[in-house]
Ligand binder design. Structure first.
Ligand code: ZN
Length: 79
């Protein structure tokens, strides 16, 4: 998965990618699922992470709308 594919997934709010990578927004320091219904950030403000832990270590907080902290656990349990 390259960066362009990830950016596209965010712009399309494609929920197939949920849990596969996370989208951090530099301006708000919030980390989201790709399919989050919050406003799509500008590409230059997007920081991509492979794991939620990585985002949190970089000072990001899980989004209150798409709740990646709670749902990631659920996604793992489904597998
Ligand atoms: Zn979100």
């Amino acid at each position: 998965m390259d960066k362009q594919e990830k950016i596209k997934a965010i712009q399309n709010r494609d929920n197939k990618y949920d849990g596969k990578f996370f989208c951090g927004v530099k301006t708000t320091k919030i980390v989201c699922f790709p399919s989050c219904s919050s406003r799509t950030p500008l590409e230059k403000n997007i920081e991509l992470f492979d794991t939620l832990e990585e985002a949190i270590q970089n000072g990001y907080r899980p989004c209150k709308r798409c709740k990646p902290d709670i749902k990631t656990k659920n996604l793992k349990e489904e597998k």
